[in-house]
Design a protein around this ligand. Structure first.
Ligand code: FEO
Length: 171
């Protein structure tokens, strides 16, 4: 059985992951609006991954006999000044999510909830990847600056990303 404090924080994390999905869908819409289809496709995959993250928390709460409580999802921003500004916002957001996951781990440890701590370790590793992949794009965009052919090359590369459901959560 989940302790009250942990249940509350896990429910908050479901909301945070769903917001992340919403934010990246909003970024997809931004990239669609400026005809960068590869960037848009990357954001669609990112949004799908975030939904999967939220569902991992959702399933875990149920598995532990807790009650999932869904709250309203905040309105994301809808536009960014440049593709670089959007990816800097991705990186900043992922750093924020990392801090949320770290706080959850701290709580699981202080409450001696080993099962939650074990579950959260998947997210600890995932956040390393999330920050690294956002940072990689930020660095590329800084390098090419306003060079259109560089931008189209990055667009083509980002468009190759595909969503794959991790084995542990595949139906
Ligand atoms: Fe679910 Fe991008 O962290």
């Amino acid at each position: 059985m989940l302790k009250k404090k942990i249940l509350k924080s896990l429910n908050e994390q479901i909301n945070a992951e769903m917001f992340s999905s919403y934010l990246y869908l909003s970024m997809e819409a931004y990239f669609q609006s400026i005809s960068l289809k590869g960037f848009a496709a990357w954001m669609r995959v990112q949004a799908q991954e975030e939904m999967m993250h939220g569902m991992k928390f959702y399933d875990f709460v149920n598995e532990r006999g807790g009650k999932v409580t869904l709250e309203a999802i905040a309105k994301p921003e809808t536009t960014w000044a440049t593709p670089l500004a959007a990816f800097e916002a991705v990186l900043k957001h992922e750093e924020h999510v990392t801090s949320l996951i770290n706080n959850l781990v701290d709580l699981a440890i202080s409450e001696k909830d080993h099962a939650s701590n074990n579950f959260l370790q998947w997210f600890v590793a995932e956040q390393v990847e999330e920050e690294a992949s956002a940072n990689e794009v930020v660095e590329k965009l800084k390098l090419i600056q306003d060079n259109p052919s560089g931008l189209f090359m990055v667009d083509a590369e980002l468009g190759k990303r595909v969503f794959t459901m991790p084995a542990a959560t595949a139906a």
